[in-house]
Design a protein around this ligand. Sequence first.
Ligand code: HEC
Length: 92
Amino acid sequence: MNAFAPTCQTCHSTWYTSFAAFEDNVINDPVVITKGDPDGSLLILYLEENGPGSVQMPPSFFDPQGDSFMDMSDKGETALTVQEIRDWISGL
Ligand code: HEC
C-alpha cells in the first residue's frame, strides 16, 4: 500500500482513506489483482506498461520524465520493485 502511495495517491485517493479501503479497492478487487497470478493482474500489466491500450500507471503525463512505475522501479525510485510486487501477488 505504502509502496504505491507517492505515485498513485494523487489520482487514486479513494484507495488511501484507510487500509480497509485499499483492501476493498485493490487487493480484493478481482479486476485489479488476480491472487496468485501476477501475469493475470491488471495492476502488474499497468505497472509494466502492458495495460489495455498501452496504458501505463502512473500515466505518462504524471511524471516529469514520463516514467512509468516500472521505469522508476528500475531506477530504484520506488519503495518496492515491480518484481517484489509480483512476488507479493504470487503469495496472495
Ligand atoms: C495522473 C493520475 C493517475 C495516477 C498518478 C495513477 N493513476 Fe491509475 N488510473 C487513473 C485513471 C484516470 C484511471 C482510469 C483509466 C482507465 O480506466 O482507462 C486509472 C485506473 C487504474 C487502474 C484500474 C482500476 C479499475 O478498477 O479499473 C489501476 C489498477 C490503476 N489505475 C493503478 C494505478 C497505480 C498502481 C498507480 C501508481 C503506480 C496509478 N494508478 C497512478 C489515473 C491515475
